[in-house]
Design a protein around this ligand. Structure first.
Ligand code: F3S
Length: 427
């Protein structure tokens, strides 16, 4: 890999041992990928600290959070003092919501460690956005901007909807990028790799957020890690719809980029989306395919008594909280069910001000931040059957937490929260 003088100086230790380890990691990583050089980035989204149980143990045994950063962000053989992030960096979702620890069955010792991690993040100059949807709360990269982001649902959103450029980074490469402002120049950073491969012709109108989730789930399973181009749009999809499409496609497959003809920034025309190439496959998406996707997402649920309704995967926008409140206001969550809605911290502040948090709490639900049930492994005690409006969460929750999960619209889920029973159906 070719390094410029600045990069070579970092590798030679000019900026201290942590930056040296970071550059060494990026060179090893880039070489393994076949990258010829690095590219500058001023936008990194990653994870530091120790909110997961095994990381908490590691921090305790090895002397703190610099030890965790050294091992898990820098792959360093020894513990190094970690300096402030060199470039604009944000923290992704964490392992718990410290304001609702008791409800999440988390002890005060763990909350204390969590707060230490927050202080550590602030000390490193990393923005504590604590969400899988940083683009909803102030980190909004622009078209063509080279980024180094983790989190599959966020990666696909900024590539496809914003036209920014990132591969799906890991904790190590994102940590190294924070300290150096560099990331290997390969994959989706390169123009020639951003064209569509598969053409998806819509034979039906894709209307609701749930419909976009189903479309994403169906398409992801087929294209896996390649790039679908959606054609035949009849309505302009809003942020939640594109967010759910991408999150679902990244779950059933490994999709990191897509185009919607006439909608997303690199797809003014079908030809532009395909970069002039012919699709390797054309897939038609009609009512039969929609039904198939619905059945696949709903494979785990058998019992109609619902213990837990989880909304906010990816973290809800203020618009989605508003919509949930419209459905919920004036009703009560069933005594047999819990309703947890997840959102970024900054959005919760807005929801507090707008009165939405009170509407949710008056109904017996709770608005949580920072984490989610799959990532934080947090659910009400004894949950056997969950209901979600996210194909991504329906995909992961049964596998991670061993529960049944119903998938449906937000209205289906609110109805389940109020009645304690699932009555959603394919419609
Ligand atoms: Fe976010 Fe958790 Fe879903 S981190 S994308 S809410 S699985």
């Amino acid at each position: 890999m070719r390094l410029n003088d600045e990069e070579q100086a970092m590798l030679d230790g000019r900026d201290g041992p942590a930056v040296q380890r970071a550059m060494d990691l990026l060179v090893r990583y880039g070489t393994a990928l076949g990258a010829e050089r690095l590219v500058d980035t001023n936008n990194v989204c990653g994870t530091v600290g120790a909110t997961m149980p095994f990381l908490r143990d590691y921090a305790t045994k090895h002397g703190g959070l610099d030890a965790v950063f050294s091992e898990f962000n820098l792959d360093s053989p020894d513990v190094v003092a970690v300096p402030k992030a060199k470039v604009f960096s944000s923290h992704l979702q964490q392992g718990l919501d410290p304001e609702h620890a008791e409800r999440q069955n988390v002890g005060s010792d763990i909350v204390k460690l969590y707060r230490a991690g927050e202080a550590y993040t602030a000390k490193l100059g990393i923005q504590p956005l604590n969400t899988c949807a940083p683009y909803q709360v102030g980190n909004v990269p622009v078209k063509g901007e080279h980024c180094a982001w983790m989190e599959s649902s966020a990666v696909i959103y900024i590539n496809a909807v914003l036209g920014a450029r990132t591969n799906a980074e890991g904790r190590e490469s994102a940590g190294a990028a924070m300290l150096t402002g560099k990331i290997p120049y390969w994959g989706l950073h390169l123009e020639e790799n951003r064209g569509g491969t598969h053409l998806i012709e819509l034979d039906i109108d894709v209307k609701s957020v749930a419909d976009w989730g189903l479309l994403g789930y169906y398409v992801g399973e087929i294209v896996q890690d390649r790039i679908p181009v959606i054609n035949g749009l009849r309505h302009v999809p809003n942020l939640p719809k594109l967010k759910h499409f991408g999150a679902a496609a990244a779950s059933s497959g490994g999709v990191e980029m897509y185009h919607v003809v006439g909608q997303t920034p690199e797809a003014p025309t079908l030809d532009a989306a395909m970069r002039g190439r012919k699709p390797v496959e054309t897939i038609r998406y009609g009512e039969a395919e929609r039904r198939l996707a619905y059945e696949r997402v709903n494979t785990t649920a058998k019992h109609t008594e619902v213990d837990f309704v989880m909304l906010g995967c990816p973290h809800y926008s203020i618009e989605q909280i508003w919509e949930a409140c419209q459905l919920l206001e004036g009703q009560r969550v069933s005594p047999d069910t819990e309703l947890w809605i997840f959102t970024p911290r900054a959005t919760k502040q807005l929801a507090d001000q707008a009165g939405y948090t009170k509407i949710i709490e008056d109904a017996g639900g709770v608005l949580m931040t920072d984490t989610c049930s799959s990532v934080g492994r947090v659910m009400p005690k004894g949950t056997r059957v969950a209901a979600v409006d996210s194909a991504k969460q329906a995909h992961y929750l049964p596998a991670i937490m061993g529960v049944e999960a119903w998938f449906g619209t937000t209205a289906d889920c609110i109805q389940a929260a109020v009645t304690g029973r699932w009555s959603g159906a394919f419609a």
